[in-house]
Design a protein around this ligand. Structure first.
Ligand SMILES: Nc1ncnc2c1ncn2[C@@H]1O[C@H](COP(=O)(O)OP(=O)(O)O)[C@@H](O)[C@H]1O
Ligand SMILES: [Mg+2]
Length: 363
């Protein structure tokens, strides 16, 4: 085929695909639907916020759930409806982007804060937000190691001003990592977002289809939902991306679209990992046994070869469980001799990891 005819064929294919789509925005992961699917966990969140609004006494929360269980969307949606119906101010920061207490406060104040101290910034925060305020800290486990004590949690929970903290995380271990002093003033209540079931994923897809597509096939929505629940820990993001491919990539069937979407999402996730987590993942993949103890040794060797101080075993292990919570590895317990030994294995095609780690770690 020559250039011209290939170009023409591509154009035809694309215009056939785009003619099926009414609104591409519904495939954007940051899209906030008008009516998100309501689940029990959301009711508790609303109850607690209303109680705070009435009494001024905060209940700090830790919202924990796997990737794609709707944590970010739910809190962002509530941010659009709560302030207009109550006297609460709701603030949101993502700790992946703003990864120290200092950067979070600067972000919430909308300032460039070079030169100021954390205390100065916090004083400004108190002046700016004297009233009942809910501070949502998304992906709180991704705060930098430089801020291991997560000072902002301590400040907000100790404050005389009515501040309520809602931490979101994929990683159930995040609470164990908190400083004892912070933990005792925060005393967060836990809200666990369960994984969606296939009907719920199908309902989420149905809503996107209603809003964003001219035509679709109901059977394939259920098929995508079933694949997502069965093979991808019910990550709604993957379902939405699969739907996107199944309308725009007409030459692929649903299962191929699902694999393509999964590949993209794994690449994104690996790109987003911190260097230590990337190294841990690399250590999982390197030749040798899959016993966690040995993976730790391989990880230490990788760190030393880069003149980096490795994490302690405990901290290494909590990072392993983070990698499990985002679905990149599976932690298994296997009986060896008389005792149980922990093992870790990758859940995706290793070649993706090799490409990224070659670029980032030269390993
Ligand atoms: N209840 C829901 N209703 C509609 N869309 C949802 C719902 N839950 C999740 N989604 C969509 O699924 C994707 C992943 O959800 P997200 O909130 O980012 O998950 P998490 O923060 O738990 O990883 C987002 O695009 C989001 O809009
Ligand atoms: Mg999220």
């Amino acid at each position: 085929m020559d250039f011209e005819s290939y170009l023409r064929e591509c154009q035809q294919r694309l215009s056939a695909a785009t003619s099926r789509v009414k609104d591409f925005a519904v495939f954007d992961f940051n899209h906030i639907p008008d009516q998100p699917l309501m689940r029990e966990e959301c009711q508790r969140l609303i109850d607690i916020k209303l109680r705070f609004s009435l009494t001024g006494i905060p209940t700090h929360l830790a919202v924990i759930g796997s990737r794609g269980s709707g944590k970010t969307l739910t809190l962002k949606y509530l941010q659009t409806i709560i302030p207009s119906r109550t006297d609460l101010t709701v603030l949101y920061a993502n700790c992946r982007t703003h990864n120290t207490s200092f950067k979070i406060l600067a972000h919430l104040l909308g300032v460039q804060a070079r030169g100021a101290s954390l205390t100065e910034l916090y004083d400004r925060f108190r002046v700016r937000y004297p009233n009942k305020t809910v501070v949502v800290l998304d992906e709180v486990d991704l705060m930098s190691l430089k801020d291991r004590r997560r000072e902002i949690l301590y400040l907000l929970s100790r404050s005389e001003a009515p501040y309520m903290v809602i931490m979101l995380s994929n990683n159930p271990h995040v609470l164990k990592e908190l400083d004892p002093a912070t933990m005792s003033s925060l005393q967060p209540e836990l809200i666990h977002f369960r994984n969606y079931n296939a009907d719920q994923i199908a309902a989420i897809l149905q809503d996107r289809a209603n809003r964003g597509l001219h035509e679709w096939d109901k059977g394939s929505l259920s098929h995508v939902a079933a694949l997502t629940v069965r093979n991808a820990n019910a990550d709604a993001r993957l379902a939405i991306k699969t739907l996107y491919y199944s309308v725009t990539e007409t030459r692929r069937d649903v299962e191929q679209c699902f694999e393509k979407a999964r590949h993209d999402i794994v690449v994104d996730m690996i790109h987003d990992l911190s260097d230590p987590n990337l190294m841990i993942l690399k250590a999982v993949s390197l030749r040798g046994t899959d016993f966690v103890k040995e993976i730790y040794e391989r990880y230490c060797r990788l760190s030393h070869s880069r003149y980096l101080k490795p994490f302690s075993y405990v901290y290494f292990y909590s990072n392993l469980s983070y990698l499990q919570s985002v679905g990149l590895i599976a932690l298994l317990s296997a009986k060896v001799g008389r005792s149980y030994t922990n093992r870790a294995v990758l859940t995706f095609d290793q070649s993706i990891l090799d490409t990224v780690s070659k670029l980032r770690l030269d390993a």
